[in-house]
Design a protein around this ligand. Structure first.
Ligand code: NAI
Length: 266
């Protein structure tokens, strides 16, 4: 166990959970963590091999998993992923809408191609809408549930290193999640967002491999390092579980102190 894992008995026992983007990065870590806490996990990824690899890994550790290949921006594929989960496991309790993209040509307003803007909105925002839409219908049948959507700290602060499409999509996730939370609060469905700071996953690998771009970001993190996927998965586990039963329409910021800082320690 590493220092960021929480030692506690099964916190998601028998909860049927969908994790999108579960084939890598934060989603993979969350899938394994949720599985180890007794959840029945549908691992969804656009990359089928990755989804299968993670589902196998959960099963080899004694957990229960189903791998599904789906693109979260495609209405029929998201509908089918939810239907397949319910027909396999009998119900749906949790969806972790985690899949997201961060294209290299997303920049300032003058240079971001329209096609990039559209693609980012399709995956990062429409994907969250579709996952939520099909999950809510099943959660109403199950008597409630928890929706956990991944936004970002960039939804809360502006950066001179602009990625306008990504930032706007994540701001949309926050606003969308609040509205869903309020609409379904009296029907047992909670919806919250997570705002991760920069985390060392494949998503940021290219950016962080450039020492100058890496340091430009590192100086703004009071804790003095980038985050780990496990540190976001731990927050997702809390929001997915009944431990967060009085929390809805909120955002859990896990960012090493970035959004709290005006001047960082030297
Ligand atoms: P990652 O790139 O390491 O993993 C994302 C996974 O999602 C991959 O397995 C990929 O195949 C899958 N995926 C991509 N597009 C998909 C689609 N259309 N349908 C289904 N699956 C798809 O990314 P990471 O870092 O794990 O990010 C997860 C979430 O966290 C994303 O929403 C990202 O925007 C967000 N986030 C990440 C931060 C970071 O610094 N890594 C910071 C803030 C937010």
């Amino acid at each position: 166990m590493n220092s960021t894992e929480i030692s506690h008995p099964k916190r998601l026992q028998d909860k049927v959970t969908i994790i999108t983007g579960g084939g890598g990065g934060i989603g993979e870590c969350a899938a394994e963590l949720f599985g180890s806490h007794g959840a029945k996990v549908t691992v969804v990824d656009v990359n089928q091999d990755q989804a299968e690899r993670v589902a196998k890994s959960i099963e080899s550790a004694g957990g229960v998993a189903l791998a599904i290949s789906a693109d979260v921006s495609q209405d029929d594929q998201v509908r089918d992923m939810v239907e397949a989960t319910v027909s396999h496991f009998g119900r749906l309790d949790v969806i972790f809408n985690n899949a997201g993209i961060f294209p290299a040509d997303d920049g300032g307003v003058l240079d971001t191609p329209l096609s990039t803007w559209d693609k980012v909105m399709e995956v990062n925002l429409k994907g969250v809408f579709l996952g939520t839409k099909y999950a809510v219908a099943k959660m109403l049948d199950s008597g409630g549930g928890s929706i956990v959507n991944v936004a970002s700290f960039v939804a809360l602060m502006g950066a001179a290193t602009a990625q306008v499409a990504y930032t706007a999509s994540k701001g949309g996730v926050l606003a969308f999640t609040r509205e869903v939370a309020v609409e379904y609060a009296r029907r047992g469905i909670r919806a919250n967002s997570i705002c991760p700071g920069p985390i060392e996953t494949p998503l940021l690998a290219e950016l962080l491999s450039d020492p100058e771009r890496r340091n430009r970001r590192l100086v703004h993190i009071p804790i003095g390092r980038f985050g780990r996927a496990q540190e976001i998965a731990n927050g997702a586990l809390f929001l997915a579980s009944d431990e967060s039963s009085f929390m809805t329409g909120s955002q859990l910021v896990i960012d090493g102190g970035i959004t709290a800082a005006y001047v960082t320690p030297q």
